[in-house]
Design a protein. Structure first.
Length: 93
C-alpha cells in the first residue's frame, strides 16, 4: 500500500465513523423524549406528579389551572405536600 492510498483509506474510515456517530445523535434525542413516558417510576421514569408535556391535550388545562392558582392570593391557594410520603420504603441498613 502506498502512502497516498493509506491516507485515503484512513480518511474514508474517519468520514464513515463520523457519519455513523452523527446519525445516532438525532435518533437518541427523539427516542429519549418519547421513551421517558413509558419507563416506570421505580426504574427512573417520570414521577407521578410530573406536569404533562407541551402539545398534549392535558397541557392547556394544566397551564390554565396553574395561571389561576398564580393569580389567587397566597392564603387562598391549595397547599400541596412538599415532601413525598416515604412511609412505604424500607429502611436502608
Amino acid at each position: 500500500m502506498t502512502v497516498r492510498l493509506r491516507q485515503l483509506a484512513i480518511l474514508f474510515a474517519s468520514a464513515l465513523l463520523a457519519g455513523a456517530l452523527s446519525g445516532c445523535g438525532t435518533v437518541n434525542e427523539k427516542m429519549s423524549a418519547a421513551m421517558g413516558d413509558y419507563i416506570p417510576q421505580w426504574a427512573g421514569g417520570l414521577p407521578a406528579d410530573a406536569p404533562p408535556r407541551p402539545g398534549t391535550a392535558r397541557y392547556d388545562e394544566f397551564m390554565r389551572e396553574r395561571e389561576r392558582q398564580r393569580l389567587m392570593p397566597a392564603d387562598q391557594r391549595e397547599q400541596k405536600a412538599t415532601k413525598p410520603d416515604r412511609s412505604g420504603l424500607d429502611p436502608v441498613h
